[in-house]
Design a protein around this ligand. Structure first.
Ligand SMILES: [Zn+2]
Length: 59
């Protein structure tokens, strides 16, 4: 589980690799688009393969 700093446009277009198992995670796997007040650029996803939580921090 780790926070990844990824440009929003890049990951929306190409997806993002799960840091644990390497599975490609896409927009469909987003658990929450809702910005958190304390961290409005943070996005939560769950890997469909290993179930690991991935946090993407839009930069
Ligand atoms: Zn995974």
């Amino acid at each position: 589980m780790g926070r990844q700093n990824v440009p929003r446009d890049q990951w929306l277009e190409l997806g993002h690799e799960c840091p644990r198992c390497g599975e490609q995670i896409s927009e469909e796997d987003v658990h929450s688009w809702r910005p958190m007040p304390e961290d409005p650029k943070l996005l939560l996803l769950y890997c469909p393969n290993c179930g690991d939580r991935v946090e993407i921090n839009h930069i």
